[in-house]
Design a protein around this ligand. Structure first.
Ligand SMILES: C[S@@+](CC[C@H](N)C(=O)[O-])C[C@H]1O[C@@H](n2cnc3c(N)ncnc32)[C@H](O)[C@@H]1O
Length: 267
């Protein structure tokens, strides 16, 4: 299966809605908010700054451009109409926050018109990520900032012991839903080649807490996909989902992934 996030608009409405629910769960998870706070919270933007998120999904991270990074106006650009509609519903009351359909590689924004471009968990889904980075270069003002954050997907795990079968749901989910697992290990070279000045690169640990809402969506979707593709019988996939729920109740569930952020500036 090709990564459905790479062309969400082409997926059926039920899958898009399931993905939108998972995005909402992840965005609202306090440990995920803390990651965004860590790398967006110390950016310095000019007064009245205009910021754009490419691949804005259900919109929560675009709002961070104002609340965490201090932009006055923020725009989210996203190819899936289902996501854009969900984002517009969430933030109908925010006059300085808007969303529209578009592609990170061809935004139709004017040259040198943006103070901050953000790509949060976008580039791992984009074949040819350098084209999106070139577009960011084009639309950024001189001195403008590009902030990129994505999972370091090889670190994602729910494993609590040797040969723990629950972990296969995570690995399968990543195998089926991520185009480039290594993008954050490659991005600094790509940015430097394109002429960006590199700023801070940081690692951010994510440990699922409480009801592990986001990790449970990953396990459920991974197990379902294993059944759909014939890797497991449906009963076995269901048993793995039950295992995850039982671990949660017994306080033995563990879910972890590293994220990496990279700040860069257009000279
Ligand atoms: C994992 S989601 C992240 C959404 C949001 N940034 C967040 O963190 O909640 C990735 C998003 O990128 C979008 N996307 C994929 N390819 C894209 C492209 N070429 N241009 C813009 N967005 C794209 C997908 O439709 C999806 O909504």
């Amino acid at each position: 299966m090709s990564d459905p996030y790479a062309n969400l608009a082409a997926e059926d409405a039920a899958l898009q809605a399931r993905i939108a629910d998972a995005m909402d769960a992840r965005c609202l998870d306090p440990a995920q908010v803390a990651i965004r706070q860590e790398y967006l919270g110390d950016l310095t933007l000019p007064k009245g700054a205009f910021a754009v998120e490419l691949g804005s999904g259900t919109g929560h991270v675009t709002k961070d451009l104002m609340t965490l990074a201090g932009a006055e106006q923020a725009l989210g650009i996203e190819p899936s109409p289902v996501m854009v509609e969900r984002a517009n519903q969430h933030f109908a009351d925010e006059p300085n926050l808007s969303f529209r359909i578009g592609d990170a590689k061809q935004t139709d924004l004017a040259d040198a018109s943006v103070d901050l471009v953000l790509m949060h968990t976008l580039l791992c889904h984009v074949p040819g990520p350098e084209d999106a980075v070139k577009e960011a270069w084009r639309v950024l003002k001189p001195g403008g900032i590009l902030a990129i954050c994505d999972g370091d997907y090889d670190t994602a795990t729910a494993q609590i012991a040797d040969f723990d079968p629950l972990n296969q749901t995570i690995r399968f989910m990543i195998n089926q839903n991520v185009t480039n697992l290594w993008v954050m290990r490659q991005i600094s070279g790509m940015l430097a080649d394109l002429g960006f000045d590199l700023g801070r690169r940081r690692g951010h640990s994510y440990v699922a807490e409480g009801d592990a809402a986001y990790f449970m969506t990953v396990i459920d979707r991974g197990a379902d996909r294993m059944a759909e593709t014939g890797v497991l019988f449906p009963e076995t996939a269901a048993a793995l989902k039950t295992e995850a729920q039982k671990r949660l109740k017994a306080d033995t569930f563990f879910g972890f992934m590293s994220y990496v952020s990279q700040i860069a500036r257009k000279p």
